[in-house]
Design a binder for this molecule. Sequence first.
Ligand code: 9Z3
Length: 324
Amino acid sequence: MPDNLLLDNGQGVIDPDTYFETNSPPSNLNEYDEKTSEFVKYHGARGTPVVLITSGGTMVPLENQTVRFIDNFSAGTRGAVSAEKFLENGYAVIFMHRQFSLQPYSRHYTHSANGFLDYMTLNEEGKIEVDAKYAPSMTETLVKYNKARNNNMLLLVDFVTLSDYLFKLKSFTRIMATLGRSAMYYLAAAVSDFFIPVEKMAEHKIQSRDGALTLTLDQVPKFLKPLVSVWASNGLIVSFKLETDGNLLVPKARQALEKYGHQIVIGNMLSTRKKTVTFITQDSERVMSLDQEELDKDVEIESKIVPELIRYHRAWINHGTLDV
Ligand code: 9Z3
């Protein structure tokens, strides 16, 4: 196939099974499957609730030997902050995140306005130290991080491409299904709706010699359908719906609940996602916001989202419904 030609084979959307048959699994899948199985077995034996958090954006390559790709805005803040809140509430967390996006605890330093070295200073003997003005908060964060890691409460798994994400999602949700209702799936990653299937992808770097480039992207299969009905059937499934048009948010969230049959959709708008979300269940709709005082104190909205979900999860574990 010519390097700069991306064929359009019509409007059809392939089903998830076909997707998995026609794409190759990521090379680190087996290694991560083993780690996930061990983690799930460990917590299953102790009765610890486990949440799979997906976080960050998926990359969609335009070339097989990828030079260019399509990406999105997500930094993984929602996922990383939520992971900390789940850990603080006794949950074991599988943190499936886009490589180099925000991670729980480290996020305070890796993605701050300060560079990493700005936290350090040299003492009179020329030895490196944490700058005294950052030491108290860094100590607090480090204590929490160490507690999570030392108690085997946090498993970090990364992905890069859409395909990488979908293979891992399928595999990890199936492994977690052994936990039944004690498993929660918190799908906060910003997953691309469009991609170029392998058979239509240019092998080499698309050349500029032929002028403008026209791309035709296929629709990504609706993987939430098998996730809800087959892979993760008994767990509590929480998906996120992102919109930029306020009129679409609740109708689209409700549509997703009806189409996939899971329990909770959390709707959020791109511009206000850090201070307002809407919880939508089959028979309720509730806006959750931070007020000015909370915003001034840097309260994070995940500190409200996560306890609310844990209440729902308890009801789900005990009664198989969301009624508390
Ligand atoms: C979200 O809506 C997340 O809350 C954000 C978080 C991506 C807005 P940040 O990373 O942003 O904190 O900057 N995720 C969207 C999830 C999504 O794409 N859902 C799909 C859909 O609604 C399927 S699960 O169709």
